[in-house]
Design a protein around this ligand. Structure first.
Ligand code: HEC
Length: 745
């Protein structure tokens, strides 16, 4: 760069800096309280309202406003949206969802994905094309580069679509993940998500599987437990996922650890009656019926929670960043939750007291998704559909059906709105043009203040597989600056988030070397260290002794987040050193709830995984019987017989593991369980006796015995509850415990 252009750049940058500085001062606005109407209407009308009228029915904290981005007739029945690297919006429309109260024609291939553009920059979409048509209720979209991956309801296949001639219609369709099996579950119980997370894995809200983009294919990788999510999947800046379950009426779950480590939920993770919702209108169409409604006729508990997201943008007040938003379309509201870190445990709290961030009195307001946009604002997808419940629950004789019909909700179809949430004093950011930009230009966005840009840049570099940027990525990961950047005093060194994305991009390119990783273990920011520990799993799986050694000091890390991640990642090492690091971690922090709870759930998971392999050949009811027995055993029998059936340290009872009698005559086993047993056993006298368990049901006894006979080194027949019934009858009237002598006759 010559002197003149350097000067120009300098003055330009000073200008930007000043402009940016002014914007900054507005950031520290105080939180405004939620707003509510003076009275609740217990019998609201179900009448259709125009977008403008509907927006007047919404209650938001002072300073916040909605802007209409798109609405009917341009879009209809939107359920989720996303953007490509050039900021074009794709709208997923479920055009056949509940067209009447019976769900007629629901599975016809008539749904579509629209592509919307704002060509004059006024914030409203003015150009639309049908990008893909004739789909069956499309439920997941993932933009790659100029390709969009789409999944239809009832299908496991993932197709990518591309518009090769620029007419806004996809004309190329390729299979990226192939599985022709049919998903036969109700459409409400099938997966959603397809979110490219910071770890370059693509996650779903349910089914124990995630994908990775490799050589233009999506490769599946499975994990041991099925996440319990439903519609919607949120990720935060650091790759934490948040699930929701409308069926279970649980607004947020499985967010303590990545699903690959198994499910983990703690009793105190949702605080201050988080489950209670605060609508601003009567809510008569609640499937749960009157128990779900307060005296003032409002919904009293989450029931359709979905479409959650973490706000990761930079064009709303700073105190919104990192907050979790959860839609509740039956309550016609959107919850805003504070995400609190309590010594490594993640805890959620409603941001408002007995109120919600956004609530509407328009009965057709049906928020079903929220998402941070390229412009740094929060987007809200309002399906604006009268019925929000699949026909399985609106049948003749159901609670819902007459309520839907009375309000005429079944008549409101073919509409939908997309809103942008803005705040006084903040301007939405500019449109991206990343698809044409070089990978080195993209590297700079890895440190963008808006998470959407960071993610998009990382994803595009990984998809391109462009290793020319590896040196720049390494510099960024190490927090280093180039010569010119150092001279430019106003340029900040890469932020922690920038360093994290640089590390992840390197990992995604298979270009991370150990030197960079070891530096990251020592980074000043705990989230960078945590990321590095997470990434180290690749090496731990290969039993790399050097990596394990470099991880050792992190056992004493001051951050609970880092220590918790370490405890999770150490699972992948077979080395005895890893075991002792793990024991040290647990011994140092015996009262750290997340650490101990996660460890406990891991032990349980390990047992159940090994059990699954043992019962693989059984019928489904037999499998359930044995699984249930495993739970009974761990809760009751293990106290005397030891959790592995090998007896406890003080040997109060004989071992059941790999035991001849346990594998032998099943009638003897049933008698012992029903009436108890008194020693000696094989010449040994135990301090306790085997208590009679006859007060339990036949099924219970069959269950625990079937388990004992098929785990812990035993392999014998499963016991049917009818057989227990028979033995119970034969031995009825018996009061005393058996002795082996009697039984062996
Ligand atoms: C309070 C302690 C205790 C509990 C709880 C207990 N057991 Fe026992 N169990 C014993 C003792 C002690 C014996 C050996 C009898 C004796 O020495 O009097 C025994 C014996 C047995 C035997 C016979 C072992 C052999 O060598 O033939 C079986 C089978 C058995 N228990 C199964 C179970 C199952 C299944 C459960 C849980 C449903 C259970 N026990 C719960 C203490 C217990």
């Amino acid at each position: 760069m010559d002197m003149k252009s350097k000067l120009w750049t300098v003055s330009l940058m000073i200008l930007c800096f000043l402009a940016f500085g002014c914007n900054q001062t507005k950031k520290d606005i105080p939180e405004a309280p939620a707003t509510r109407p003076a009275a609740i209407d217990p019998n609201p009308s179900g009448a259709y309202l125009s977008p403008e009228e509907s927006m007047k029915k919404m209650y938001l904290p002072k300073g916040y406003h909605l802007e209409l981005v798109a609405s009917e007739p341009m879009i209809q029945e939107p359920v989720t949206i996303c953007w490509d690297g050039d900021g074009r919006m794709y709208v997923d429309e479920m055009l056949s969802y509940m067209l009447d109260v019976n769900g007629a024609n629901e599975n016809l291939p008539m749904s579509r994905i629209m592509r919307l553009e704002d060509t004059n920059g006024d914030g409203k979409m003015d150009k639309s094309t049908v990008f893909i048509d004739s789909l069956v209720l499309p439920r997941m979209m993932l933009p790659l580069d100029d390709r969009l991956v789409v999944n239809d309801t009832y299908s496991y296949n993932l197709w990518s679509y591309r518009d090769t001639n620029g007419d806004g219609k996809a004309d190329e369709k390729k299979l990226m993940y192939h599985n022709d099996a049919k998903d036969t579950r109700n459409l409400e119980h099938q997966r959603s998500g397809l979110i490219w997370n910071i770890d370059n894995r693509i996650y779903l809200s349910r089914d124990p599987v995630r994908y990775r983009f490799i050589d233009d294919q999506l490769l599946a990788d499975s994990f041991p437990q099925d996440p319990d999510g439903q519609w919607g999947l949120a990720k935060d800046n650091y790759g934490r996922l948040f699930f929701s379950s409308a069926g279970g009426e649980v607004p947020a779950l499985d967010f303590q650890q990545n699903p690959v480590y198994g499910q983990l939920d703690l009793d105190d993770q949702l605080i201050d009656s988080f489950d209670a919702v605060w609508p601003v209108t009567g809510t008569p169409d609640v499937q749960g019926g009157s128990i779900r409604v307060r005296n003032d006729s409002t919904l009293n508990h989450f029931t359709s929670c979905n479409g959650q997201s973490i706000f990761r943008g930079d064009r709303l007040p700073e105190n919104m960043e990192g907050d979790l938003f959860i839609c509740e379309p039956v309550g016609r509201l959107i919850r805003r939750a504070k995400v609190i870190n309590k010594d490594g445990e993640t805890v959620l709290k409603n941001a408002y007291d007995h109120a919600e961030f956004l609530a509407s009195t328009d009965m057709n307001f049906r928020p079903v998704n929220t998402i941070t946009g390229p412009d740094g604002c929060l987007y809200i997808v309002d399906m604006y559909h009268g019925i929000i419940q699949e026909s399985n629950w609106t049948k003749e004789g159901s609670y819902l059906r007459p309520r839907i019909q009375r309000m005429g909700l079944d008549k409101n179809i073919g509409r939908g709105r997309i809103y942008r949430l803005v705040h006084d004093g903040y301007k939405p950011g500019p449109q991206p043009h990343m698809l044409e930009e070089s990978s080195s230009e993209l590297v700079a966005y890895l440190d963008h203040p808006n998470g959407w840009w960071r993610d998009e840049a990382q994803k595009l570099i990984v998809i391109r597989g462009d290793k020319s940027v590896v040196p720049a990525l390494k510099e960024m990961a190490l927090g280093e600056q180039s010569f010119w950047d150092k001279l430019a005093f106003w340029k900040k060194a890469p932020s922690a988030l920038g360093r994290i994305h640089a590390l992840r991009t390197l990992e995604g390119l298979n270009a991370l070397d150990k030197d960079v990783l070891f530096q990251a273990f020592k980074d000043e920011d705990p989230q960078v260290r945590k990321t590095a520990v997470w990434i180290s799993e690749t090496y731990l799986k290969k039993n790399d002794p050097q990596v394990l050694e470099k991880l050792e000091p992190l056992v004493k890390d001051e951050s609970a987040d880092v220590r918790f991640q370490l405890s999770l990642s150490l699972r992948y090492s077979q080395s005895p050193n890893a075991q002792s690091m793990m024991s040290e971690l647990l011994a140092d922090h015996p009262n750290n709830e997340i650490l101990t709870a996660s460890r406990k759930s891991y032990e349980k998971l390990k047992r159940s995984v090994s059990l699954e392999s043992k019962i693989a050949g059984m019928s489904d009811p037999q499998k359930d019987l044995v699984r249930e027995g495993a739970t009974i055993f761990s809760q009751l029998c293990s106290t005397c017989h030891g959790s592995d059936g090998k007896g406890t340290a003080s040997l109060v009872a004989p071992p059941l593991a790999a035991q001849q009698r346990v594998n032998g005559n099943q009638d003897v086993m049933m008698k012992i369980l029903l009436n108890g047993l008194s020693g000696p056993i094989d010449g040994k006298i135990y301090p306790d006796v085997m208590p009679a368990m006859e007060t339990n049901s036949n099924e219970w006894i069959a269950s625990v015995l079937s388990y004992v006979r098929n785990d812990m080194g035993n392999k014998a027949s499963v016991i049917d509850s009818n057989e227990v019934k028979k033995i119970r009858k034969e031995t009825s009237g018996r009061k005393n415990a058996w002795t082996l002598k009697e039984l062996e006759k």
